[in-house]
Write a protein that binds this ligand. Structure first.
Ligand code: SF4
Length: 76
């Protein structure tokens, strides 16, 4: 199962990941980019390659719930 991790200390909301993701994994919540539909991720790595901030990592670990992602964002 894919886990899409956004490093919030780097993300500047360029939205490149939203533009390139072929399955619409990304969404913006509370003013932060989140990986909402990680179950749909095909591990294509297009988001990783397109991010100008190198802020995205995609692994085959279990997905991180959006609430946890936003907690991470608040700490960054
Ligand atoms: S790896 Fe591909 S499918 Fe998965 S979130 Fe990134 S762009 Fe979307």
């Amino acid at each position: 199962m894919p886990r899409v991790v956004i490093d919030y200390s780097k993300c500047n909301l360029s939205k490149q990941c939203m533009d390139v993701c072929p399955v619409g994994v990304f969404d913006i919540q509370d003013g932060k980019m989140v990986a909402l539909r990680q179950d749909d991720c095909t591990l294509c790595q297009a988001c990783v390659q397109s991010c100008p901030q190198s802020a995205i990592k995609v692994t085959d670990e279990p997905p991180m719930p959006v609430e946890e992602q936003l907690k991470t964002a608040k700490k960054s």
